[in-house]
Design a protein around this ligand. Sequence first.
Ligand code: AP5
Length: 222
Amino acid sequence: AINDPLKVMISGAPASGKGTQCEMIVQKFGLVHISTGDLLRAEVAAGTEIGIKAKEYMNTGRLVPDEIVTAMVRARLSLEDAKEKGWLLDGYPRTSAQAQSLEDLGIRPDVYIVLEVPDEILINRCVGRQLDPMTGKIYHVRNFPPETEEIKARLVTRADDTEEKVISRLEIYKRNVEAVLATYVNIVKKIDGNRPKEKVFEETKTLLSQVQDEKVKAATTG
Ligand code: AP5
C-alpha cells in the first residue's frame, strides 16, 4: 500500500520507561500513542462502568481482565487517526490471550520493542514517579524533577506505585512475558533501558527510522 504507516509495540517491565520513550517517539514520528494504562486511568478518573471495574485490579497491581482491555484497544485501533498516522501500542498485549486476539484480527506490528532494565532499578523508578495531570508528562522526584514550582504543585502519584505493588506488578509481568514474546519472536528488538532517557531514545529513533525506510522500500519495489 502507498500509505502504510508505522505500527509499533513497546513493552517492558513496570517503570522500564515505556511512557517516557513514547512521549519522544510521538514527537518525532507522529504516531498515535495508545497506552492501555493511560486509557484505563482515564476511565477510572471519569468514573465510567469500565473504570469502576478496572479500579480494584489496578490499585492492587493486578491485571484488568482481558475482555475489558481488549475491547478498549480494538475500539481505539479502529479509529481513523490510528489507521492514517500509524500507532504505538504501549502496555498491550500483556498476556498470550491478548496477543492472540490481535492475531485473530490480523493486527501485527512492524516491530516489537522490549525495554530491558534490572529489577532493583525498576522499584526505585516507580516509587519516585510523579505525573502531571494537565500535560500527562512523566516526572521523577530525583531523576526528572519538574521544571517549575507551578508544575510541582500539581503533580500526582499513582496508587499502584508503592514498593509492595511494584513487586506484585513485576511478578505478573514476568509470568506473562515469554508467552507474549513468542508471538512476535521474529520482530523483537531488545533495547537497554538502563541508560539516560535521551540515549535510549537515540537507539529507538535509529531503529524506527530503519523500519520505516524498509517499509517505504518494500512498498515501492514490491
Ligand atoms: P501501565 O500504566 O501500563 O503500567 P506499567 O506497565 O506498570 O508501566 P508504567 O506506566 O509503570 O511504566 P513505564 O514503563 O511507562 O515507565 P515510565 O516511562 O512512566 O499499567 C498500569 C495498570 O493498568 C496495570 O498494572 C494493570 O492493572 C492495568 N493494565 C494496563 N494494561 C493492561 C493490559 N494490557 N491488560 C490488563 N491490565 C492492564 O517511567 C517510570 C519512572 O522512571 C518515571 O518516573 C520516569 O521519569 C523514570 N524514567 C523513565 N526513563 C528513565 C531513564 N531512562 N532513566 C531514569 N529514569 C527513567
